[in-house]
Design a protein around this ligand. Structure first.
Ligand code: HEC
Length: 100
């Protein structure tokens, strides 16, 4: 019985991890065109590449675009992207990008 419970717990952990990362991946599908499949492209020739940035940096930048406190010359483009994401989606996509 104990072994069975350990196996179930392990499987649940694996499944929930897979689901969580699949969400980030699905959200990033909308960002790929401008930022590149691995985040190394300068979006529309401007800004910093996403690759190499930490989850915390990405979260604070995306929230900054949302509330208008962050951004460069083309911030209006990203503000419209970020406003479509919930805080939870911002966290999920940031976690996904931080692993590039
Ligand atoms: C239409 C093209 C386009 C799409 C789609 C797009 N971005 Fe951007 N992104 C940009 C541009 C342009 C900038 C630079 C904006 C500026 O001047 O601040 C940028 C900047 C960023 C930055 C800040 C980079 C930095 O370090 O300053 C983050 C983070 C980011 N984008 C994440 C995302 C995510 C996540 C998505 C998908 C939900 C996304 N972007 C979709 C064009 C795009």
């Amino acid at each position: 019985m104990k072994k069975f419970l350990i196996t179930i717990t392990f499987l649940l952990a694996v499944v929930s991890f897979a689901v969580a990362s699949a969400d980030g991946e699905a959200i990033y599908a909308k960002c790929k065109g401008c930022h590149g499949a691995d985040g190394s492209k300068k979006a529309m020739g401007t800004g910093l590449p996403l690759k190499g940035q930490s989850e915390d940096e990405l979260i604070s930048k995306l929230k900054g675009y949302k509330d208008g406190s962050y951004g460069g010359a083309k911030k209006a483009i990203m503000a419209s992207q970020a406003k479509r994401l919930s805080d939870k989606e911002i966290e999920e996509v940031s976690e996904y990008i931080s692993k590039f």
